[in-house]
Design a protein around this ligand. Structure first.
Ligand SMILES: O=C(O)CCC(=O)C(=O)O
Ligand SMILES: [Fe+2]
Length: 317
């Protein structure tokens, strides 16, 4: 099935020093509603953010490309007991895909520990660049989280939704054989709370609309894509849409992308607040432990279930 590239997802501009970014202003309220509308109707939006410079973006991707040049035996040292946190790749069913995970990436010591194992000869620039990118993306994520809380009128009660740790994941998709349109990553919904992605010039990310059409996204060169994950949908009692997405590759260039994936900390119970449950919106899922859900979706039993159905099988009422 090909993609229909005519549809457009919402584009929201974040001018970080503008009064609209101050909680309580009319501009803030307007932005909150736009974010809510995008997350409920599309499950994603394109984010234009003036604060993250094109230089930082270029430096980050230049490091990412060097990282993927390391020998496979080195990349395989990127292990992590948490599912989806370490090196992923060498899958016969997704031969173009490879990715490396940098856990707790806004923390300099975590990055240093990663470097000592993976790339001891690399200079300090690596940690500084990656930390700077992770921190700025995390700041953006925190702002969006506050907007979601405020959009649902929960700002008095909550400052954030759940405590998360930031995983920075970098991806490489090798160009397919000439003339082919080939799967980079299979259709899935994210198991993280939410994700902020960015790509290095080569498009490939596609989303499935609510009416079942695949749409290729062409984000502008400086922008980011925010994606609602299953746990955020669960917290919102089904209001937010965990959009199904995939990467499809064509052309003769490798594609590099990166993203922050916000993972609720161990022990987090995902549960809709009582304000989001009423007669029109009865509870759709039982409260569940996030780590148990992740382990289930990565188990033999979970993996045979369609990605978007896993959370309902795991915690459905
Ligand atoms: O590389 C991309 O643009 C998408 C990656 C993705 O969806 C994921 O890792 O969950
Ligand atoms: Fe994803």
């Amino acid at each position: 099935m090909g993609s229909d590239s005519h549809l457009q997802i919402p584009v929201i501009e974040f001018v970080l020093d503008s009064p609209d970014m101050t909680r309580g202003t009319e501009g803030w309220h307007h932005l909150c509603k736009r974010v809510q509308d995008a997350c409920e109707n599309y499950g994603c939006f394109e984010m234009v953010c003036d604060k993250i410079s094109s230089q930082l973006r270029a430096d980050t991707f230049s490091i990412i490309k060097r990282l993927f040049h390391l020998p496979l035996e080195t990349k395989l040292k990127n292990v992590n007991p948490k599912p989806f946190h370490g090196y992923l790749g060498q899958y016969p069913q997704s031969p173009l895909y490879e990715s490396i995970g940098l856990d707790d990436a806004s923390n300099y010591d975590s990055l240093k520990a990663f470097m000592e194992i993976m790339w001891p000869t690399c200079d300090n620039q690596f940690c500084q660049t990656m930390q700077s990118m992770a921190k700025q993306l995390q700041e953006l994520y925190n702002t969006i989280e506050k907007m979601i809380v405020d959009a649902y009128g929960l700002g008095e009660k909550l400052d954030s939704i759940v405590e998360c740790k930031t995983l920075l994941r970098v991806m490489k998709y090798t160009a397919p054989p000439a003339g082919e349109y080939m799967k980079g990553i299979a259709p899935h919904t994210d198991k993280f709370f939410s994700t902020i992605l960015c790509e290095d010039q080569i498009s490939g990310l596609e989303i499935e609309t609510k009416d079942g059409h695949w749409v290729k996204l062409f984000p502008s060169p400086g922008s980011f894509i925010y994606i609602v994950g299953d746990p955020l949908m669960a917290w919102s009692n089904g209001r937010m849409h965990p959009v199904k997405h995939r990467v499809m590759m064509s052309g003769n260039k490798d594609r590099y992308s990166m993203g922050i994936f916000e993972a609720p900390v161990e022990g987090t119970i995902i549960k809709a607040p009582k304000e989001l449950v009423d007669e029109q919106h009865p509870e759709i899922l039982k409260a569940f432990d996030y780590m148990d859900f992740i382990n289930f979706s990565n188990s033999e039993k979970g993996m045979v279930i369609d990605s978007e159905k896993q959370v309902y099988v795991f915690a459905g009422i």
